[in-house]
Design a protein around this ligand. Structure first.
Ligand code: GDP
Length: 295
């Protein structure tokens, strides 16, 4: 289960405050020391932890909280609100205004980009959209075939020109085809590499300039913690992301990526991957996630 360790540690740090009739500043400080350690152990970015703890402490030692009838509960409420805020506050939805709206999927190899393209197509179809999937990952062997199989599974058409054409041309022709055939949404799968490199970024920029996407979604593997956050920072600097999809949240990820990526990059997490199957994609709700973590 994702966030299990973090969840347990935060709950035990805060349990000491919960039923207390009186809570002192020292009690809050002691609890916050444990919260700080729990977050660091979950691989949350150091600076994010520092800011989070000082914000909670400042609010929690305020007179309205400590002199309230249920001070322990109030401190926990502050922690919940700040955790929610850390993850973006409210749900960030896709903004699809162009006709057709273009969603460009980017990410490193193995993060789950192609799988997520299929999942997102299915999700949009359920919202009464008519998506076209475009197979632009020409470098990873079998990525095109993989998208075609996903397309069959979710009953959506897949546009492909094989792996000999340039990804820019594939994206451009895919969007033209979508227009012709009356699709309202185009999901362009792009090539990832094992590591970020200049050539990949140049190619992604060229695709961006050509198809002018409404959304550029970075797919990152939540299991990679701070690495995922660093990847998001680089992609955002080079391309300007509109959102992040965190995959593999069904695994035992510690929580660092989910809790840091918004603060570090200012890009909201829009979806989370919860498994390998095509229906395992969910919109990300910061408030629900915070409540789940705090139990
Ligand atoms: P790409 O190279 O980024 O296109 O990665 P793929 O889409 O091929 O995914 C790599 C592996 O991760 C595949 O085995 C997927 O089934 C798996 N995967 C993708 N998303 C998830 C997820 O949310 N949870 C789990 N458990 N596995 C996932």
């Amino acid at each position: 289960m994702a966030f299990e360790g973090l969840s347990e540690r935060l709950q035990s740090a805060l349990a000491k405050l919960r039923g207390k009739g009186k809570v002192s500043e020292a009690d809050v400080k002691a609890a916050m020391r444990e919260v700080r350690l729990a977050l660091l152990e979950a691989d949350v970015n150091y600076k994010v932890v520092k800011d989070f703890v000082s914000k909670v402490r400042e609010r929690a030692v305020g007179q309205e909280v400590l002199k309230s009838l249920t001070p322990g509960q109030q401190v926990i409420k502050v922690v919940n609100e700040e955790l929610t805020r850390l993850m973006g506050g409210t749900q960030s939805k896709l903004e699809l205004s162009s006709k057709p709206a273009v969603i460009m999927m980017v990410g490193l190899q193995g993060a789950g980009k192609t799988t997520t393209t299929g999942k997102l197509g299915r999700y949009l179809k359920k919202q009464n959209k008519r998506p076209l999937l475009v197979a632009g990952d020409v470098y990873r062997p079998a990525a095109i075939r993989q998208l075609e199989v996903l397309g069959e599974q979710v009953d959506l058409p897949v546009f492909s020109l094989g792996d000999k054409e340039s990804p820019v041309r594939i994206a451009e022709e895919g969007v033209a085809k979508a227009k012709e055939e009356g699709h309202d949404t185009v999901l362009v799968d792009t090539a990832g590499r094992l590591h970020i490199d200049g050539k990949m970024m140049e190619e992604l920029k060229a695709i961006k300039d050509t198809v002018r996407p409404d959304e550029i979604l970075l797919v990152v593997d939540a299991m990679t913690g701070q690495d995922a956050v660093n990847v998001a920072e680089s992609f955002n600097r080079e391309l300007g992301l509109t959102g992040v999809v965190l995959t593999k949240l069904d695994g035992d990820t510690r929580g660092g990526a989910a809790l840091s990526v918004k603060s570090v990059t200012d890009c909201p997490v829009k979806f989370v991957g919860m498994g390998e199957k095509v229906d395992a994609l969910e919109p990300f709700h910061p408030e629900r996630m915070a409540s789940r973590i705090l139990g």
